[in-house]
Design a protein around this ligand. Structure first.
Ligand code: CUA
Length: 171
């Protein structure tokens, strides 16, 4: 606050008026944003009926974390593999399967969101805690395939690698 009388009175009045206007505009902006958010949520859920249905896919991620038992043979050269993402590793890894194997990956996470992508293939699923995603792929050529995490999940995200080894001989 200034010491000189005239300018002080003017400045006080100016600041009071400015603060009043600032409060009004901030209040207006926050109110508009709140209404916009509430309105959008209301429209999405009630008017459009968009609801994320997850009940049918719910599993206990901890119960799935059994590397030995997570590869199940379902046909002559077909497998179902339960893949669990952890901070910061994939289970099971390395995964050994014969050439020509058709693998259904059931993908979930034990902690946070991860991205399950197998390099050189079309496999790319988000690993979500509490939800199991599914994707099927046939490995027609032998070799080593890297599993990479393609969703940022924390400090060691870039090192979160797994391996799938496709052996030369069909089962
Ligand atoms: Cu796991 Cu990024």
């Amino acid at each position: 606050m200034s010491e000189t009388g005239a300018s002080s009175a003017f400045e006080d009045a100016f600041h009071k008026a400015a603060e009043r206007h600032e409060r009004a505009w901030v209040f207006l902006a926050v109110t508009m944003l709140t209404l916009l958010l509430a309105g959008t949520m209301f429209l999405v859920v009630y008017a459009y009926g968009i609801v994320v249905r997850t009940d049918g896919f719910r599993r206990d991620p901890a119960a799935l974390d059994t590397p030995e038992g997570s590869v199940v043979k379902t046909g002559p050269n077909a497998y179902t593999v339960t893949v669990v993402a952890h901070l910061w590793r994939w289970s099971p890894s390395p995964l050994r399967i014969p050439k020509g194997a058709t693998v259904t990956f059931r993908v979930t996470s034990a902690d946070v969101l991860h991205g399950f992508a197998i390099q050189g293939t079309t496999v790319n699923v988000t690993a979500v805690p509490g939800i199991t995603g599914s994707v099927t792929y046939t490995f027609n050529r032998p070799g080593t395939f890297n599993i990479v995490c393609n969703e940022y999940c924390g400090l060691e995200h870039q090192g979160m690698l797994g391996r799938i080894v496709v052996t030369g001989d069909p089962a």
